[in-house]
Design a protein around this ligand. Structure first.
Ligand SMILES: [Ca+2]
Ligand SMILES: [Ca+2]
Length: 97
């Protein structure tokens, strides 16, 4: 455990190393959440993928593609019409703080 976290090999876990370990745990959880939405694993969440995932979770059959596109647009910082992991991460981080 110590060896795995102790990146500079001095036998002690520094605050920086400890922080890096926590960060990894956090992005793992986010990665898993992201993969829930990203069905084909291409690192992008499309409107269709978001729609399908939300219908699965909310059991909301009347959730429209337009509504999903709106949600995508709210997260989609670079405007390419899909949500990348970075955009997803940024959105999740804002929400939890
Ligand atoms: Ca995808
Ligand atoms: Ca984007």
């Amino acid at each position: 455990m110590v060896a795995a976290v102790d990146t500079d090999g001095d036998g002690f876990i520094s605050i920086e190393e400890f922080g890096a370990m926590l960060d990894d745990g956090e992005s793992d959880a986010m990665r898993m959440a992201f993969e829930e939405y990203d069905e084909n694993g291409d690192e992008m969440i499309t409107t269709e993928e978001l729609c399908r995932a939300l219908r699965r979770v909310l059991l909301d059959e009347i959730l429209t593609v337009e509504k999903c596109a709106e949600m995508i647009a709210g997260v989609d910082k670079d405007g390419d019409g899909v949500i990348s992991f970075d955009e997803f991460k940024a959105k999740t981080a804002t929400k939890s703080s």
